[in-house]
Design a binder for this molecule. Structure first.
Ligand SMILES: [Zn+2]
Length: 484
């Protein structure tokens, strides 16, 4: 079977149309029959997993994945709709329900925590059960994370990687327990909570006992680890970066070269590459030429963790898909999605599917709509009419292929939609049009996708509940149902 894009002119000719019907799907890159044969030949991998890698595309709903795929293909110079992201070729998958204890729509704290602990909680809480109350220090509500259990009970190494501050909600869900995600340093906590014995997220990362502490943690968030005297936020005087390196064979790094050197030496690595979040990839040439990419951090973490004989668990978060969506910066968001796909490709390249379970999912969705457009048109652009000029919507104005349901690109009260006829909507700094004005685009509550490959991946299937993904990973590692 051959694949070719048939010329539009050919579609009008009757003789050619006959041959098209004989090769239905000729404009598709996937071979449906080959895909079926692969599915028929597939045997579920039921052996235990030595390693587990969990990728969270923050805010990466189904329509975001579709748009990422089209953009990635178009940037590669091929058809976007039929292109494959690194996780599109994984053999198993399904849909995941994402609500929280108190909301139809979840935030990243509950969303990530449900995956990493098996417990839903209220929005804003991390590493605690469903009884936790917002901002109330109650250590009895803490529940162990997959990473903590894998290290303590099985001797696995642990890694956590994010483009956000490493104390941000999603990465914190691998190692921290707080009833309020904002508790990133001591000054971000109420005094009553400190006096009741609760500890901020940065301190939980660095001061954790050796048998649960991550072996490598890479992201941003330096300010939460440094005392005021050294330019950070902390008022308790602790220099957590210095405390990290006070342990044997440990390194604190802030740039790509020192990261790679510390990994080559097999050290426990705390890498903080930005004061807050790592800059968006679209800003890299000017903002962060020495900052490792998500793919580079993922490669460094796997290299470091693969040296451990007992195996490892690793969380990798593509945080800026969500953060750019919030700001209406669609080009930046989808570019971060393509970066996440590169990180997944690196993980597939560096691991063996017979011993490593890889799951790719999202904590929640964002309201992105794909409104139309021809196959070859720039997915970041406007929908075109038959003449090539922008198609006009019912209000007489052009309509982008992609729009948000809510966000900073929405119309102000009493004003209509902006006329985009003379605007380069594809530019990275353009705020994308939204249906309703919100200063920050809202998360949305529909299901998100999950993709899986490796031991236990066959259990990722159908309509799943977010905490079920924890159970899949727990089972794949052969951790008992309850921690001892
Ligand atoms: Zn968000």
């Amino acid at each position: 079977m051959t694949f070719r894009i048939l010329p539009r002119a050919g579609l009008a000719a009757g003789v050619v149309a006959l041959s098209i019907s004989m090769t239905a799907g000729a404009v598709e890159a996937k071979e449906p029959q080959a895909a079926l044969e692969a599915a028929l030949a597939r045997q579920p991998e039921t052996a235990p997993a030595k390693n587990v890698i969990l990728f969270i595309g923050d805010g990466m709903g189904v329509s975001t994945v579709t748009a990422m795929r089209i953009l990635a293909g178009q940037r590669a110079g091929v058809d976007g709709a039929s292109y494959d992201l690194a996780f599109d070729t994984m053999p198993y998958g399904g849909l995941v329900r994402t609500y929280s204890v108190d909301g139809l729509v979840t935030d990243s704290a509950n969303g990530a925590s449900a995956i990493t602990t098996g417990y839903r909680t209220i929005n804003g809480a991390i590493g605690v059960d469903g009884e936790a109350r917002r901002g109330v220090c109650d250590p009895a509500r803490n529940v162990p994370t997959l990473a903590q259990r894998a290290k303590r009970e099985l001797g696995k190494a642990v890694g956590v990687v994010s483009t956000a501050a490493i104390t941000d909600a999603s990465p914190a869900a691998f190692y921290a327990h707080v009833p309020a995600r904002g508790w990133q340093s001591d000054v971000d906590m109420p005094a009553a909570a400190r006096e009741a014995g609760c500890v901020d997220i940065a301190a939980q990362l660095v001061l954790a006992p050796d048998d649960i502490r991550p072996d490598i943690a890479l992201g941003g968030g330096l300010t939460f680890f440094r005392p005021e005297a050294a330019g950070g936020r902390r008022k308790d005087g602790q220099d957590l970066a210095a405390l990290w390196t006070s342990r044997p064979d440990s390194a604190f790094v802030t740039d790509r070269d020192s990261l790679n050197a510390a990994v080559a030496e097999g050290r426990d690595v705390l890498g903080l590459f930005a004061d807050l979040h790592i800059p968006h990839e679209v800003d890299r040439p000017t903002a962060a030429p020495q900052t490792p990419t998500l793919e580079e951090m993922t490669r460094a973490a796997i290299t470091r963790l693969a040296a451990e004989p007992q195996g490892y668990v690793l969380l990798v978060e593509g945080a800026h898909i969500d953060k750019a969506h919030h700001a209406g910066l669609l080009n930046a968001s989808l570019t971060e999605g393509v970066e996440l796909s590169k990180a997944v490709a690196a993980a597939k390249d560096m691991t063996d599917p017979t011993d490593t379970l890889i799951i790719v999912t999202a904590d929640h969705s964002h309201g992105l709509a794909i409104n139309g457009g021809a196959r070859g048109d720039d997915v970041l652009g406007l929908i075109k009419g038959p003449t090539g000029a922008p198609m006009l919507a019912g209000d007489g104005l052009p309509l982008p292929i992609l729009t948000y349901s809510t966000g900073p690109g929405g119309p102000k009260a009493g004003e209509g939609r902006r006329d985009l006829s003379d605007v380069d909507v594809t530019a990275p700094d353009q705020v994308r049009q939204a249906g309703v004005l919100l200063g920050s685009a809202a998360h949305t509550g529909e299901d998100v996708p999950a993709y899986a490959d490796g031991p236990g991946a066959y259990l990722v299937t159908g309509s799943m509940d977010q905490p079920y993904l924890f159970q899949v990973m727990r089972h794949a590692l052969r951790l008992p149902v309850k921690a001892p």
